[in-house]
Structure formats: structure tokens, C-alpha cells
Write a protein that binds this ligand. Structure first.
Ligand code: C2E
Ligand code: MG
Ligand code: MG
Ligand code: MG
Length: 290
């Protein structure tokens, strides 16, 4: 009886593994097709100076329009890495985003651009050269580009990550630590890493005014960033109270649905034209068609 049960469990486990593998293979094939059929798009979420609400830059966020539904990056970035497509996809995102922002700057909107990178993207052969090449091709000045990585990417430092990011920084590219405060050993590493920007994780911002510890921690991160001469960006601002508290803490920059959602290039351009980020009615939501 016990043996039967045990056997059954193994079978269930194996079946589960099987569907997992099949799903991953299917997703890999879907992603390949998606690249070929241009189902990917880049959206831009404005980053503002909190004092003035002036847009200082945009963060590029990849979107996969699979039919009429948008698949969240968290559901396809890892599969894209596992199927080896992330390098190609990341390269495409970078090129699209740099081209778009270079155009906006040519219209004399002095916005800068942030792009997210995974450890594997940075470990790709010729990573530094390929970023430099995209900058040259699109005409975006290196100083206008910020590379965003999570703490884990820097701390693990697989494949000479820090060396490569330092090389990019020599070119003038800036470096941001994304989701700051959620990784480990972040403080010990801050002094040794070539960082320009810290982005406070939304979990801190979510607690502002509601959770005393998170409020104090947010204030401490803002001070820390200021004292280290880093630009601090608060992420995930959704409520007016959070915005108010961040302003009181002298947090220089912010990003979040309250300020502006990620949006397609057209709407993002309208927003740059009017700069009306804090007026809710002018901010399109991201549930529309691609
Ligand atoms: P991230 O870099 O931390 O990006 C911020 C995420 O928070 C985005 O989710 C954005 O839509 C979301 N967000 C912004 N404001 C708010 C808010 O007020 N409330 C809430 N609840 N969410 C907000 P998204 O676009 O789903 O991206 C998730 C993650 O996927 C990103 O986190 C980034 O790590 C990764 N990612 C997105 N695009 C790319 C890309 O092109 N390349 C790479 N390597 N990773 C990407
Ligand atoms: Mg980011
Ligand atoms: Mg983040
Ligand atoms: Mg994140």
C-alpha cells in the first residue's frame, strides 16, 4: 500500500516535470516565432523629478503581444534566457529604445533612457561592444543611457559582470541598481561598485505612511543615496500620500502608476509634449491594443 502510494507520487511528480518541460519548449518555440513575427514592443515609463513633476527620462519595458493579450515580462524573460533568445531580444529592445529616445532628444526633449539587463545578457560575448555599437548607430549619447541591473547581478558577479559594466561606464553609460533594498550585502558592495543610480524597490514605497519601518527605511535609503552622491529613484508610486512623503524626504526622482504608466511610443510622446504627468486624465492606461 505504502509502496503503491510512493510510486503514485513519483508518477505525479514526473508528469508534472514533463508538462513543465513541454511548456518550456512550446514557449521557446513561441518566442522564436514572436521575434520573427515582430510581436514584441517596447513601452516607456516616464521617470520624473518629484519636486517639479518634470520628466527626466523613461524606462524601456519590453512587451510581448501574443494575439491580443500582453504577456508579462516575468513570464517570458526566464524562458527567453533558457532558450537562448534573450540576447537577441535584449539587443532588439536596446536598439528600439535608443532609436526612439534619440529621436525625442532631436525634438529637444532632454530625456534619458533606462534599459534593464539580466546577468546572462551582460555575460554575452561582445556585450560591451554591442552596446557601444547600438549607441553609435542610433546617435544616443552614452551619457543618456542608464543600464539597470538588480543587486544580485552585481553581487554574484558571474562572467566578469562588474568589469564589463565598468567598461561601459568608461564610455559614459550610467549604472543603476534596480529593486534596491531587496538583495543581500547591498550596503557592503555599494562603495566598491561603479553605481550612479539606486532605484528603491516598490515594496518600500508601498509601505510609506502605512508601515513605520518601511517608511523609516525609505527615508534612510534616500539619505544614503544623497550622501553617496547617487541619484535616487523611488519606484512603484501609486498613492498621493506616497508621493507627498517622498517629496518631504527630498527623494529626487520617482516612477509609478500615479505619475505615469508604461506606454507605447505615441502616447509617451504626447506626454513629453505636454509634460502633464501628474494629471491622471491625460495618462493612458496600458490595457489598450499594441
Ligand atoms: P523593473 O525593471 O523593476 O520595472 C518596473 C516594473 O514595475 C515594470 O513591470 C512596471 O510596469 C512596473 N511598475 C511601474 N510602476 C508601477 C506601479 O506604480 N505599481 C506597480 N504595481 N507596478 C509598477 P514590467 O514591465 O512587468 O516588468 C517587470 C520586470 O521585467 C522589470 O522590473 C524588469 O526586471 C523586467 N524587464 C522588463 N523589460 C525588460 C527588458 O527589456 N529586458 C530585461 N532584461 N528585463 C526587463
Ligand atoms: Mg528596471
Ligand atoms: Mg525595479
Ligand atoms: Mg523588478
Amino acid at each position: 500500500r505504502a509502496k503503491e502510494l510512493g510510486g503514485g507520487r513519483v508518477e505525479v511528480y514526473a508528469a508534472h516535470m514533463h508538462t513543465d518541460v513541454v511548456r518550456r519548449l512550446e514557449l521557446g518555440a513561441d518566442l522564436q516565432r514572436a521575434l520573427a513575427e515582430e510581436q514584441f514592443a517596447v513601452e516607456f515609463q516616464p521617470v520624473v523629478e518629484l519636486d517639479t513633476s518634470r520628466v527626466t527620462g523613461v524606462e524601456a519595458l519590453v512587451r510581448w503581444w501574443r494575439g491580443s493579450e500582453s504577456v508579462p515580462p516575468q513570464d517570458f524573460i526566464r524562458p527567453a534566457e533558457e532558450s537562448g533568445l534573450m540576447i537577441t531580444l535584449g539587443d532588439w529592445v536596446l536598439r528600439q529604445a535608443c532609436r526612439q529616445v534619440a529621436r525625442w532628444r532631436a525634438e529637444s526633449w532632454q530625456v534619458d533612457l533606462s534599459v534593464n539587463f539580466t546577468a546572462r545578457q551582460i555575460a554575452a560575448p561582445r556585450f560591451v561592444e554591442s552596446v557601444a555599437q547600438v549607441l553609435e548607430e542610433t546617435g544616443l549619447p552614452p551619457q543618456a543611457l542608464t543600464v539597470e541591473v538588480t543587486e544580485a547581478v552585481l553581487v554574484e558577479d558571474a562572467g566578469q559582470t562588474v568589469e564589463r559594466l565598468s567598461a561601459l561606464r568608461e564610455l559614459g553609460v550610467r549604472l543603476a541598481i534596480d529593486d534596491f533594498g531587496t538583495g543581500y550585502a547591498s550596503l557592503a558592495h555599494l562603495g566598491r561598485l561603479p553605481v550612479d543610480v539606486i532605484k528603491i524597490d516598490p515594496s518600500f514605497v508601498a509601505g510609506l505612511g502605512r508601515d513605520e519601518t518601511r517608511t523609516l527605511l525609505t527615508r534612510a535609503i534616500v539619505r544614503l543615496g544623497h550622501d553617496l552622491g547617487l541619484t535616487v529613484v523611488a519606484e512603484g508610486i501609486e498613492r498621493p500620500e506616497q508621493l507627498e512623503l517622498l517629496r518631504q524626504m527630498n527623494c529626487p526622482r520617482g516612477q509609478g502608476f500615479l505619475v505615469a504608466r508604461p506606454m507605447a511610443p505615441g502616447p509617451a510622446e504626447s506626454l513629453l509634449r505636454t509634460n502633464l504627468t501628474t494629471v491622471q486624465d491625460t495618462v493612458p492606461d496600458d490595457s489598450g491594443e499594441p
